[in-house]
Design a protein around this ligand. Sequence first.
Ligand code: IMP
Ligand code: MG
Length: 187
Amino acid sequence: MNSIIIIKFIEKGFNMENLKTLIDEKKLHNRIEEIAAQIEKEYQNKEITLICILKGSVFFTVELAKKINGDVRLEFIRVSSYGEGTQSTGEIKMKLDLKDSIRGKNIIVVEDIIDTGRTLSYLIEYLKMKKPSSLKLCALLDKPERRIKKVDVDYTGFQIPDKFVVGYGLDWNEKYRNLPYIAYIEQ
Ligand code: IMP
Ligand code: MG
């Protein structure tokens, strides 16, 4: 049984009541281990560059990197498609660009969650122009019901229902990123 954690929101005007565990820490770690094993097998000791999409993918990227036995490099990029709240504005802004060239590199883009697909489809086009040797996508969570842009994700952690989730890097107005599990906000 999933434990229920109740955290009262004190923000005025926000009617979300409490947080419920959707994916606990053990399930997250087991799944990340499986993805790491799959990546290791597919890349056969080739150098891999994980591009972490800040800020939400930090926990996932770190855990994944630790579990891949091989030559793993890290790069960071920051885009934002959300204003405040739980609805995407649809507009994508590059807030922090890559610092080093990815030309000729084996890239795996690591994303926390794929929702409408706008962020990843924008990023794929952007990264392709930089001529990596290969480009794959890895998302911890996938909310397929909300897809607007089709995106082929190579590695998916969990498919989840259309709920707003927080924890393990994911935030609601910058809060709850540090929860070690994924929770949803029950309305
Ligand atoms: P997309 O462009 O609509 O696919 O949105 C992807 C981005 O929206 C993710 O990288 C998250 O930052 C954010 N996002 C989407 N759904 C959620 C959610 O349920 N909780 C927190 N952030 C979310
Ligand atoms: Mg994100």
